[in-house]
Every structure is written in C-alpha cells, then in structure tokens.
Design a protein around this ligand. Sequence first.
Ligand code: CA
Length: 225
Amino acid sequence: MRILVVEDEHKIARALKRALEQEGYAVDVAYDGTDGAAMATTEPYDVAIVDRMLPGTHNGLQIVTAMREARIHTPVLLLTAMGTVEDRTTGLDSGADDYLVKPFALEELLARVRALLRRPKDQLSATLTAGDLTLDTVTAKVERAGKIIKLTQKEYGLLEYLLRNQGRPISKETIIAHVWDYDADILPNTVEAYIKYLRAKVDKPFDSPLIHTVRGFGYKLEATA
Ligand code: CA
C-alpha cells in the first residue's frame, strides 16, 4: 500500500516515513503544501497523512478540499497541533477521514492508518485472508495452513496489496504504483521477480496456488477450490 506524507517538520516526516516503511508500506514525502497538493492529486495513494499547518500554496485542509474536488477519495488522516472541538469539526468537514493531535505516539498513528486501509464493506477485521492464508496487519504475521511464512518488507507489501484486492486482476503498472514509492525506479520485470520470490514462499510449499498470472496483464490473488 502506498502512502503520502505531507509534513513540513522534517524530523517528524522522516520518523513517519521510517515507521511506515517498517510496516511494509511504500512512502512518499512532501515537505510543503505546494508539492503535497500536486502529489495528492496526481499520484495514486491508498492513504494520505497530511499536516494541517503547511507552508506553500495549500494548507492541510486545502489539500483535502483539492483532493475531494478532483474526486479523489483516498482516505486522509489529518495531523494537527490544535485539538479543540471546533478544529476537529473543520478538519472532518473538509473531507478528512480522521485526525490525530500532535504530539502522538507512532503506534497510535500506525493503528489509525491500518483502520483507514480497512474497507468496512469487506474487511472488518485487521486480518486479511484468502483460503488457508492469513496476514495479520497488526503483528505483520503471515501464515498459511498453520505454518508461519517469513517475508521481506517488499514481499509483505506486495502480498498485502494483492490480498486487499483479491479476486481482481491487477496490472503490473498498478502494482508498481501502489507497492513502490515515487523514487523507486521499478520496471515490470521487477514485479515479476518479486512475484517469483513471493510464490516460492507462499505457494510452492503448499497444495494450491493463490497467486495467478493474468497473461499479458498482471496477477490475481484468489483462493480457488
Ligand atoms: Ca506544520
């Protein structure tokens, strides 16, 4: 899952990027409202974490408004130094999905991000499943048929993305856009390589494959049989 962080305090931005990457997310950072608004309205993100007070053309609320006007419904977690009731209402009125008052614990932020990534309609729990495979988004534990599977950060990120979109064919380009950050120079054959690593751990030792190739397009994760 790819996350945008818009935060002008470099120290906080770096800490967020590091913590989110450790969770297996791809993370892009914008350090002002100008870049933040441009990235939020042009690149595909699964969640945006946006500081409210920003230098540049857009403050945090204006970024959210610009996204919603562009019909981009990416969930937004607004960071704010102010915690009054009025401030909270303005933040949520602008179209933000949740807000967090600074200073916050990183664990709290990660929990909010996981909640925003959950789709209420089909994912009520923090555990993603397909057949006998489970991925616990809180503990990052992956198991298949009761066996623990150890994955690298990128393999985990790729598996989480496929699981969240299971049953749907996903193009290699879409996988690149959601699993790798902007700075990563990724080609479709890199995706093929990572799918190969993932299959070796998730599919090969077991009876039925979950990751299916969609020829000339990409991949689909689906538990058949
Ligand atoms: Ca700020």
